[in-house]
Design a protein around this ligand. Structure first.
Ligand SMILES: CC1(C)c2ccccc2-c2ccc(C[C@@H](CC(=O)O)C(=O)C(=O)O)cc21
Ligand SMILES: [Zn+2]
Length: 326
């Protein structure tokens, strides 16, 4: 495979009908980094040492130092790892979980990762960086450049750091398009991930599942084979993309949609994310896109609370809007 100088090439990206603009890739000292972050816009930060102490986290090192505890590993029959909230699964709603959640020791996970053949079930290890991992990993974690991320947290008035997830994925794994309600500094440690991001105001083009659905916050559109009859506005979705490699940090602003894929025919991937609570709400009109998403979420929650039966929600909303507001 002809590798361009960047370490990957376009044949490793999955096909997508949409065209995307590039997310800016700037040196960490460039003042434009903070300009974009203060405007809640994504940016790839180059040359930071945020997770530099993790650059030695290859499989051998992780096998030796991750410790003896069980780790959370998701298993999928497809390349997609669509998150679902098991607390929102109600009996009889016919929901079929698309992934299985396993507990696995690291050596077992690494054995299966190394032996994996295309077509077999895929695995995605997701583990909070906490005291369950071995002392060497804790040491590397403590050696992250905390000045960098804490500096961003205070400069942009983010809330507290809620968690750091370590992710070890197989080549070709996909986390389908979804949004999170937290600010995210996404540090790529090993391998390459293509990230496709959409601003919160693309809500109408990305058709999120209802709030009470187990796939809350995830897009209903299958990016591999979009159903344009059910989701006609998906054609107009306006997104941004980048491929992040080792040592690069992508700022994923709160409420921004993101689809993340580990490049195909690539190596396994290791990432560490830093999730921060959002900052104080400053209300000015018209409301920002993400604030309207929060309003719609509250309306859906309130309607479910008062109507109880989810099937009554669209009936009431249509009665309220059709012919009166349209
Ligand atoms: C798919 C998976 C393993 C998962 C399964 C079940 C529950 C939660 C999650 C979860 C949460 C975060 C990520 C990391 C990242 C996407 C990526 O890097 O793939 C991302 O979306 C973010 O950092 O916000 C990945 C996952
Ligand atoms: Zn996410």
């Amino acid at each position: 495979m002809a590798m361009d100088n960047k370490g990957w090439n376009a044949s490793q990206l999955r096909n997508c009908d949409l065209q995307f603009d590039e997310i800016p890739r700037l040196h960490h000292n460039d003042p434009k980094v903070d300009e974009l972050m203060s405007e809640n816009k994504p940016v790839v930060v180059l040359g930071s040492n945020l997770a530099k102490s993790a650059e030695k986290w290859d499989l051998d090192y992780l096998e030796r130092h991750m410790g003896e505890s069980d780790f959370t590993v998701f298993q999928s029959k497809s390349h997609k790892f669509k998150y679902y909230d098991d607390k929102k699964v109600t009996s009889g709603d016919g929901f079929v979980p698309p992934t299985k959640k396993l507990d696995m020791k690291l050596p077992e996970f690494i054995k299966r990762l190394r032996a994996w053949k295309k077509g077999e079930d895929r695995l995605y290890l997701q583990q909070g960086l906490n005291n369950t991992v071995g002392p060497a990993i804790v040491h590397d974690f403590l050696n992250f450049d905390w000045n960098f991320c804490t500096g961003k947290q205070s400069k942009h008035n983010w809330g507290s750091l809620t968690s750091n997830l370590m992710l070890i994925g197989m080549e070709g794994n996909v986390t389908p398009c979804h949004y999170d309600e937290q600010e995210n500094l996404f540090a790529q440690v090993h391998g390459f991930k293509r990230c496709i991001l959409f601003p919160p105001d693309q809500f109408e083009c990305l058709y999120p599942h209802p709030v009470h659905h187990p796939h809350d916050r995830q897009s209903m559109v299958d990016f591999d084979r979009p159903d344009y009859n059910k989701f006609p506005k998906f054609r107009q979705a306006k997104g941004f993309e980048t491929v992040v490699g080792p040592g690069e940090v992508l700022y994923i602003p709160m409420y921004w949609w993101h689809h993340v894929e580990s490049l195909m025919q690539g190596s396994y991937t290791v990432s560490v994310n830093f999730w921060y609570k959002g900052g104080p709400v400053s209300v000015s009109y018209p409301l920002k896109g993400h604030q309207k998403v929060a309003v719609m979420r509250n309306v859906e929650k309130m309607l479910l609370d008062v109507l109880q039966d989810p099937k009554e929600i669209p009936v009431l909303l249509r009665a309220m809007v059709l012919g009166r507001y349209t």
